[in-house]
Design a protein. Structure first.
Length: 255
């Protein structure tokens, strides 16, 4: 199965794993910078966009995905371990043109995406340094970096994230079957739709790297009055998207 995210001319020559790593690192960093950035703008009281609301946040994340996909075109723009593992579950032989499916390439995608999420979280902190220094509810500061449930119920929170990630990965995999050059825009709009339709219960992580990387940034950065990083919940937006992505990859073979 070819990469479903970008339908651009690409050489079939092998792509070095170092280039794959850099591509995914910077693509995921841009995704999290713009995505977490719009949350910071909407949530932090000292930001100009304070009170922007969920519609602003959904579109900010969608545009972050749009930008990140273009940045990471050389690696197929996974930007999400759930996408990588979903492709693996389809039995694909390549993650992108010139990137064979191997243990080494799989690990490269997973590590690069997590590192990109961490980098994106750090960049958001730098961009909003003075807003983070100002007084604000610790939950708002954490909410810039990571997701959290409106009603804490681990089983049902997992169900929500599995469903949301399944929709994301399953539809992305179907993009590979359509002759269109609209891959980045299609994925961006899909993320906006998932946020609007399924984001209410948990904040729609639908991406382990998007949640865990910035959460680590929150834990290590010197943010005044930040409170804890809610590690008790942190496994949900990691495990559930992986389950959803793998299920999508398995079922996509039927289609």
């Amino acid at each position: 199965m070819p990469s479903p995210l970008l339908t651009v001319a690409a050489t079939a020559a092998p792509v070095p794993l170092g280039q794959v790593f850099a591509s995914e690192l910077f693509g995921t960093a841009i995704l999290c910078l713009l995505g977490c950035g719009v949350v910071a703008n909407a949530l932090l009281p000292a930001a100009k966009g304070a009170g922007g609301g969920p519609v602003m946040i959904h579109w900010g994340w969608g545009i972050g995905v749009f930008a990140g996909v273009f940045v990471a075109f050389r690696s197929g723009a996974h930007l999400n371990p759930a996408v990588t593992l979903g492709l693996l579950a389809t039995g694909a032989t390549e993650y992108a043109p010139g990137v064979a499916v191997t243990a080494a390439s799989t690990l490269t995608y997973l590590v690069a995406d997590l590192a990109g999420g961490l980098l994106g979280g750090i960049l958001v902190w730098l961009a909003y340094k003075k807003q983070f220094d100002a007084d604000a509810d610790p939950a708002l500061k954490l909410g810039v970096f990571s997701t959290g449930p409106e009603v804490r119920s681990p089983f049902w929170n997992v169900v929500t994230e599995v469903i949301g990630t399944f929709v994301l990965v399953f539809v992305i995999l179907q993009f590979a079957n359509t002759p269109s050059g609209l891959g980045p825009l299609s994925v961006a709009l899909l993320v906006v739709g998932i946020g609007a339709g399924l984001g209410g219960p948990t904040g729609y992580a639908i991406n382990p790297a998007r949640d865990l990387g910035p959460r680590i940034a929150h834990a290590i950065l010197p943010i005044p009055g930040k409170g804890g990083s809610d590690w008790g919940y942190s496994w949900v937006p990691v495990v559930a998207p992986i389950i959803g992505g793998v299920l999508a990859g398995v079922l996509a073979q039927i289609f």
